[in-house]
Design a protein around this ligand. Structure first.
Ligand SMILES: *[C@@H]1O[C@H](CO)[C@@H](O)[C@H](O)[C@H]1NC(C)=O
Ligand SMILES: *[C@@H]1O[C@H](CO)[C@@H](O)[C@H](O)[C@H]1NC(C)=O
Ligand SMILES: *[C@@H]1O[C@H](CO)[C@@H](O)[C@H](O)[C@H]1NC(C)=O
Ligand SMILES: *[C@@H]1O[C@H](CO)[C@@H](O)[C@H](O)[C@H]1NC(C)=O
Ligand SMILES: *[C@@H]1O[C@H](CO)[C@@H](O)[C@H](O)[C@H]1NC(C)=O
Length: 673
C-alpha cells in the first residue's frame, strides 16, 4: 500500500519535493490525532490550488475559501515544512484540540419533555450519538404528528436504515389536508446533511430548522406557517450514517462511507458520497474534481452512483422531482467555510443557463445570513467551480441537472476559520451556527413608504405581527411621489409591499394599503389582528376595517378640496363637506366611547388602518378633536403600543408622536422643496 501511495503521489504531483516515503495513512481503528498539525495553505495560483488538492488527496483536507486546510501527522511535519509552501500553522496538536472541545457525544434525555411535545432546546448544547438522533427525530415527528412523517428510503452499506422526514403545512381552510393533495401542488424543498461523516453540525442545523418550523407552525408564527403552507419539506439528516457512527467510535475525522472495495485489491475503505452522484461523475476538469484512488479522501467509487447510500437518495430525489411542481430548492449542508455554492462544480464552461438567477438568490441568502448573524459571519456565493475548486459527481450538480432543482446548493456553514481548521467544530459554536441559518429563512418583505402618508400603517401592522421587514423611505416631491417611487407601480402609489418570500427572483408587488393589510393578515397573520366569521363582532371588524379608506378619508379629502376652493368657512360648499366630516368623526367617536377598540374589545387591523387618519393625516387637513374624547383616549391607547412606536421610529423618525395624538393635532405639512 505504501508503494501504491507513493506511485500515486508521484504521478499526480509530478516531481514532488515532498518526502513521500514517510507518509502514513492513519490506521482505521482508535485513530489518534495527537501531534497532528493543521496547516492552512494559500496557493499562489489556481493551478497550484488544484495541484495541492491532488497532492494531499490521501490526507484529511478541507478547503476554506482560497486556502486548503490539511492535517499532517507528526512524522510528516518536518517534510511538509521543507516543501516551502505558503502555509500557516493553524493548530499544532489536533488530538489535544479534539479532546479540549468536548466533542464527545452527550446522551439525550427524553424525560425533559412530555411525549407529544417538542424536545428541550438543550439538545443544541452538545453533540449526540447516532441512536439519540433517531430518537430526537421521532420526538419531532410525534410533536407534529398530523403534519410530519418519517419513512425509510433504503439502507446504508452497513445496513442502517436511511430515513427521510417529510414536514408539510396546510393551505386550506380549517384543517389538515391529505398528504396526497398536498403533493400535487407544492414545490419541494430537500435538505441533506452529514454526507461527510465528520461534519456533525450539518445534521444539527437541519434539526434546528425542523424544530423551528414545527414550533413556529404550532404556535402560529407567520414565518413558519408561510413556509410549511407553501412548500413541501423533506429532510435527510444522515446521508452517511455508517460514517457518522464511525466518527464517534473510531475516527473523529472520518469523511467517506464505510464500503470496502475488494475487487480493487485494496484495504482502503470508503467512497466520498459527494463525488459518487451520477451526473458528470467522471468529467475531466482541468485538474481532478475527485479521485479514482480508493485510498483518496475524494474517492468517487468504481461506477457512477455505486454506493447504497447514493442509490437510496437518488431514488428519493427522482420521486420528489416528479411530484408537485418539482424541486425548488436543494441544499446539501456541509461544515465549514461560509459559502453558498451553486452549480456547476464540474466545469465553469458553460455555466447553467439560469446561472444569473441562481447566483442572485444564493447571494441574497448569503447576505441574509450575514444580516441575521450574531457572530459577524461573512459568506460568499457563486458557482463552486469559480469560487472554490472543481468537484465532479457532487450532489448540487446532480440535483440541478438530473432532478431539475431550480436552486441547488452546497452550503458550507459557519465559521470561516477556527482552531479546528475546518475539520471539527467546537460544540460551543452550535447555537450561533444554527440560529443564523434559521434567521435567514424569515419572511422577506419590503415596504416602500412615501413619508407623511398612509404607508405608515404597514410597518405598524408588521410590527404588531412580529414579522421582519425592510423599509424604503421616500420623500414627497414636493407633494406627491418622487420619480423613483412612481416608476415602481403604474399608479405611482405608496405604500407598496414587495414580498420575496415565495419567489425571491420575482417578488410580488402589491399597492393599496387596505389590500396590503388584508394580504398580510391572511397570509402571515395566522388569525392575529383579525376576527373570524364565527366571531360575534365579525361584521363590526369588517365595517371598521373598511371605514377609513371607504368613507373617512375621502370625506376629509373633499373638505380639504372645498377649503382650497371656498372663499371662507361660510361658503356652502365648505359647510356641506364640513358637516359630513363631523358626522363621520362623531360616528367613530360614538363607537370608541363605548368600545375599547373599533371592532370591540380586541385590537385589530381596523385600528391599524384608522390610526393614521387622526394622527399624521391631520397635517394635511386639521381637525380639532377636543370634543371627541372617545377618539382621544383611543389614540392614547394605540400610541402606547410598542409596535406603533417601533413602526413610527422606522417610518417617520422625525415626527412628534405626542403632537400627532393631541386634541389640536400636529403642525401643518410643509413641503421640503
Ligand atoms: C447487510 O444485510 C445483507 C442482507 O441481510 C447481508 O447480506 C449483508 O452482509 C449485510 N451487510 C453488512 C455490512 O452487514
Ligand atoms: C418571524 O421571524 C422574526 C425574525 O426572527 C421573529 O422576530 C418573529 O417573531 C417571527 N414572526 C412571528 C410572527 O413570530
Ligand atoms: C493485490 O495486492 C497485493 C499487495 O500489493 C499483491 O501482492 C497482489 O498480487 C495483488 N493481487 C492482485 C490480484 O492484483
Ligand atoms: C451580492 O449582494 C451584494 C449586496 O446586495 C451586492 O453588492 C453584490 O454585488 C452581490 N454579488 C453578486 C455576485 O451578485
Ligand atoms: C424551476 O425549474 C423548472 C424546470 O426547469 C421551470 O419549469 C420552472 O419555471 C422553474 N421555477 C422557477 C420558480 O424558477
Amino acid at each position: 500500500m505504501r508503494f501504491a501511495h507513493l506511485a500515486l503521489l508521484v504521478s499526480l504531483a509530478g516531481a514532488s519535493p515532498f518526502d513521500t516515503s514517510s507518509l502514513s495513512i492513519p490506521t482505521h481503528s482508535g485513530v489518534s490525532y495527537d501531534g497532528y498539525h493543521i496547516f492552512s495553505i494559500t496557493p499562489s495560483s489556481v493551478h497550484e490550488a488544484r495541484d495541492l488538492v491532488k497532492r494531499f488527496s490521501r490526507y484529511h483536507t478541507h478547503p476554506i475559501r482560497d486556502a486548503l486546510s490539511v492535517a499532517i501527522p507528526p512524522s510528516d511535519v518536518a517534510a511538509f515544512e521543507s516543501l516551502g509552501l505558503n502555509a500557516r500553522l493553524v493548530n499544532a496538536d489536533l488530538g489535544a484540540h479534539i479532546r479540549s472541545i468536548d466533542s464527545m457525544p452527550h446522551s439525550y434525555d427524553r424525560t425533559l419533555h412530555k411525549r407529544g411535545e417538542l424536545p428541550s432546546l438543550s439538545w443544541f448544547d452538545s453533540y449526540h450519538p447516532y441512536v439519540d438522533h433517531l430518537d430526537y427525530w421521532d420526538d419531532l415527528v410525534n410533536a407534529f404528528s398530523k403534519n410530519a412523517k418519517k419513512f425509510s428510503i433504503g439502507k446504508s452499506y452497513e445496513n442502517r436504515t436511511i430515513y427521510a422526514y417529510h414536514l408539510f403545512g396546510d393551505e386550506t381552510d380549517g384543517g389538515y389536508q391529505t398528504e396526497a393533495a398536498e403533493k400535487t401542488q407544492k414545490p419541494v424543498v430537500l435538505w441533506h446533511a452529514t454526507v461527510h461523516a465528520r461534519e456533525w453540525i450539518s445534521t444539527m442545523v437541519i434539526e434546528y430548522l425542523a424544530y423551528q418550523l414545527i414550533d413556529g407552525y404550532k404556535s402560529g408564527d407567520a414565518n413558519a406557517t408561510a413556509f410549511l403552507d407553501h412548500y413541501d419539506f423533506y429532510f435527510v439528516p444522515f446521508h452517511n450514517p455508517d460514517g457518522f457512527v464511525y466518527t464517534q467510535t473510531n475516527d473523529r475525522l472520518w469523511r467517506k462511507n464505510r464500503q470496502p472495495r475488494p475487487s480493487l485489491n485494496t484495504t482502503c475503505i470508503g467512497t466520498d458520497g459527494n463525488r459518487n452522484w451520477k451526473f458528470e461523475w467522471d468529467a475531466e476538469p482541468p485538474e481532478g474534481g475527485s479521485t479514482p484512488d480508493p485510498c483518496g479522501q475524494t474517492y468517487r467509487g468504481e461506477a457512477p452512483g455505486d454506493t447504497p447510500e447514493n442509490a437510496a437518495l437518488d431514488a428519493l430525489s427522482a420521486k420528489l422531482a416528479a411530484q408537485g411542481t418539482g424541486l425548488r430548492s436543494f441544499i446539501d449542508f456541509h461544515s465549514y467555510g461560509q459559502l453558498v455554492l451553486t452549480p456547476w462544480g464540474y466545469s465553469c464552461d458553460p455555466l447553467p443557463e439560469t446561472i444569473d438567477r441562481m447566483v442572485y438568490v444564493a447571494n441574497g441568502t448569503a447576505r441574509a445570513i450575514e444580516a441575521a448573524s450574531e457572530r459577524g459571519s461573512d459568506y460568499q456565493a457563486g458557482p463552486g467551480c469559480q469560487i472554490l475548486y472543481f468537484s465532479t459527481g457532487n450532489s448540487r450538480d446532480h440535483h440541478h441537472a438530473v432532478h431539475g432543482a431550480n436552486h441547488s446548493w452546497t452550503l458550507e456553514l459557519s465559521p470561516i476559520d477556527a482552531r479546528g481548521g475546518g475539520f471539527v467544530l467546537d460544540p460551543k459554536e452550535i447555537w450561533s451556527v444554527v440560529k443564523e441559518q434559521w434567521a435567514e429563512k424569515m419572511a422577506k418583505l419590503t415596504v416602500h413608504h412615501l413619508q407623511i402618508g398612509q404607508g405608515e400603517r404597514i410597518p405598524f401592522l408588521l410590527e404588531e405581527l412580529g414579522i421582519p421587514y425592510e423599509i424604503k423611505l421616500y420623500q414627497r416631491d414636493p407633494f406627491f411621489s418622487p420619480p423613483e417611487l412612481k416608476e415602481k407601480h403604474p399608479m405611482g402609489a405608496s405604500p407598496l409591499l414587495e414580498d420575496a418570500t415565495s419567489d425571491p427572483e420575482n417578488p410580488l408587488l402589491l399597492a393599496e394599503s387596505g389590500a396590503i393589510v388584508d394580504y398580510i393578515i391572511n397570509k402571515y397573520g395566522n388569525g392575529k389582528l383579525s376576527l373570524p366569521p364565527s366571531h360575534p363582532n365579525y361584521a363590526d371588524y369588517l365595517y371598521w376595517l373598511h371605514f377609513s379608506n371607504g368613507n373617512l378619508q375621502p370625506t376629509i379629502f373633499r373638505r380639504f378640496q372645498a377649503r382650497m376652493m371656498a372663499a371662507d368657512q361660510q361658503d356652502p360648499r365648505y359647510q356641506n363637506t364640513d358637516e359630513r366630516v363631523k358626522r363621520a368623526i362623531g360616528h367613530i367617536n360614538d363607537r370608541l366611547s363605548s368600545n375599547k377598540y373599533l371592532a370591540g374589545s380586541e385590537f385589530t387591523a381596523a385600528d391599524v388602518m384608522t390610526m393614521w387618519c387622526f394622527t399624521t393625516m391631520r397635517q394635511f387637513e386639521p381637525i380639532d378633536l377636543t370634543e371627541y374624547t372617545g377618539i382621544l383616549e383611543w389614540l392614547k391607547r394605540v400610541a402606547e403600543r410598542p409596535a406603533y412606536q417601533a413602526a413610527m421610529k422606522r417610518s417617520e423618525p422625525d415626527l412628534d408622536l405626542e403632537a400627532g395624538i393631541s386634541a389640536k393635532g400636529p403642525p401643518a405639512f410643509v413641503p421640503k422643496k
